[in-house]
Structure formats: C-alpha cells, structure tokens
Design a protein around this ligand. Structure first.
Ligand SMILES: Nc1ncnc2c1ncn2[C@@H]1O[C@H](COP(=O)(O)OP(=O)(O)OP(=O)(O)O)[C@@H](O)[C@H]1O
Ligand SMILES: [Mg+2]
Length: 299
C-alpha cells in the first residue's frame, strides 16, 4: 500500500474504506454488478476487548441518554481470590466503588496483587468469592435498579508494556487484528469503520499513516496505538496497568493528557506507581497492601 493513499481498504468480506480523518464512507460491492452503494453512517457502539486474541465483541448501540442526575458505579464487593491449586489468597476482601466517568487509581508495593485485581475486573479470571457489578443510583443517591453483571465485553484492558504484544506489520492490521473475517452485514462494517475512525482520532494517531510499522513508532505513539485498539469497541470501563511505565517525559505528559480527555467519555481504573504525574486526574485512590488488602487513600 502506498503511504500517500488517502483511503485504505480493510478486507473483511466486502470493502470498507477508512479515511485517516474525515467522514467514513462504506461501500458495499455486490457480486452481480459493479455498482457501489454508499451508506450514510450513524453513531454506533462496539463492545470491548479483553485480550490480544479475544478482543472482538459486538453489542447493540445504546439508546440516547436523557440528562438526569442518575449515575452508575462499578462496584467490587467482598472479592477474594485464590489461584486454583494454591493455599493462600492473593486478594482479600477487596471492596471499592468507582463512579462512572471518573478516574480511580490503585497503587501499592510490587507483588501486592494490583494486576491480579485488574485481571478479575477484565474477566480474565474469576473471583473465588465476592462480586463485581454495575449499580445504578437514582437522584436521591439510592440504588434504583438491581445490580447488573459487568460483562467482559464492557471492559477494555491495556496491559503493562502493551507494545510488547504487537504482532502486525501495519498500524491498520494491528488495530483490526481479531476483527471477524466471516461475512458480516453492512451495519457491522459501519460500526467497525466508525469505531476505528473514532479511536484513531481520540488518541491522536490521525497524523500517522495506517501503513506504518507499529514497531517503528515512538514509545508514546505505541502506547497510543495500544489504547486505540481498546477504544475501537468503546468500552464502558478502561483499565490500564502502569500506562506511563517505560516512556520518556514527553510521552508520559502526552499519555496523561490523553487520559484526561478519555475520562470525559468513559470510566478509567489505573494501576500506577507514578502518583505525582497522575494526581491531577485522580478522583479516587486506594493503596493495595501486601496480601491484596485495598484501603482508600486520597492523593
Ligand atoms: N497464578 C498465580 N499463582 C500464584 N501466585 C501468583 C499467581 N499470579 C500472581 N501470583 C503472585 O501474586 C502476587 C501478586 O502479583 P501481581 O502481579 O498481582 O502484583 P502487582 O501488585 O501487580 O505487582 P507489580 O507492582 O510488580 O506489578 C505476586 O506475589 C505474584 O507472584
Ligand atoms: Mg502488576
């Protein structure tokens, strides 16, 4: 593919043309004729990935929200975790609640269990006991619905040093890795193309060619790409494990700015040792002590 192309083609079953910026047009090419039908796109929502090889899900677009003072929280109640075949809990009675569209920070000593907790939230392993759910609250601050499960497809996770898991030769292939290869409807293709455009714009990757080798990007741009991969499916909760680790000062500042913008759209839970740099973004924070005991500790 030429770097000067303004459109790139994703071959799923028909043709989706994705501009690096601007309006997406999706062309369904029929086998019986050479005519091309352009479909006007509308906003859509895709669900989230959890894992490099398990990152494509799809769910229905959400209904438009009516402005009200109702809100929801991601809640963790009495969670214990003991890996199968072991004698000791890695996490003990973990409890916390994270308001939607806020940023929660978990910090603590190495080996205390922070990554283990993130893996439970992302659905990569299951708590031995306790529950993880979404609770909606009414204007009076009381629960107004039964708690909802937190399905894995509503959670995105960016692992520590995500660039180590890049597999593809181009940015486009890296972002679309895991997308379904079977024939899908035009609606699915619209959602994919829109999600891709939105994700690329929201992490500031629109100045980078989709033909670029992901391994050749700077540290900060690799981190943006890892975020974009998760954001294509617009998760409700985005989990980041040490998002600033291994970056130079400029890239760290860029990622902090990016997280500030993302917080307007979704809920973020960050594990980090970089408390000073993140403190201006943090709404709630907890220290994890050895043995996986979580305690509220404001910044
Ligand atoms: N499957 C497992 N079986 C037994 N022990 C495990 C398992 N997974 C992790 N551990 C142990 O659980 C503890 C917590 O690990 P975890 O990676 O969650 O810590 P962390 O707080 O993220 O540390 P760091 O800050 O270094 O990333 C460590 O002692 C680790 O060796
Ligand atoms: Mg860890």
């Amino acid at each position: 593919m030429s770097l000067s192309l303004s459109y790139l083609t994703i071959d799923i079953s028909s043709v989706i043309k994705v501009p690096c910026a601007g309006i997406i047009q999706i062309h369904e090419v029929t086998s019986s004729s050479s005519s091309i039908t352009t479909t006007t796109t509308t906003s859509s929502k895709l669900s989230s990935p959890l894992h490099r090889f398990k990152r494509f899900y799809i769910r229905k677009p959400k209904a438009l929200k009516v402005v009200s003072s109702e809100y929801s929280c991601f809640e963790v109640k009495g969670v214990n975790y003991r890996p199968p075949g072991t004698q000791h809990n890695l996490l003990n009675d973990v409890n916390f609640s994270l308001h939607e569209k806020s940023l929660g920070l978990i910090f603590g000593r190495s080996g205390s269990g922070k990554t283990t907790l993130l893996q439970l939230l992302a659905g990569l392993s299951k708590p031995t006991s306790g529950s993880i759910y979404i609770q909606r609250y009414g204007e009076d601050g009381n629960p107004n619905q039964s708690p909802e499960d937190l399905p894995p497809e509503r959670v995105g996770i960016v692992f520590q040093f995500p660039e180590r898991y890049f597999l593809a030769d181009t940015v486009l292939e890296e972002v679309t890795f895991g997308w379904p290869r079977q024939r899908g409807g035009i609606q699915l293709k619209e959602q994919l193309a829109l999600g891709l455009q939105r994700a690329i714009n929201s992490v500031g990757l629109n100045g980078i060619s989709l033909d670029e080798d992901p391994h050749a990007l700077s540290g900060g741009y690799k981190r943006r790409l890892a975020l974009a991969i998760q954001l294509v499916q617009t998760p409700d909760l985005l989990i980041l494990d040490e998002p600033l680790a291994g970056l130079d000062w400029k890239a760290r500042a860029d990622v902090v700015k990016l997280l500030k913008n993302l917080k307007k759209e979704l809920t973020l839970l960050v594990v980090s040792h970089d408390l000073k740099e993140l403190s201006s973004l943090v709404d709630q924070s907890w220290r994890m002590e050895m043995g996986g005991f979580l305690k509220k500790e404001p910044m």
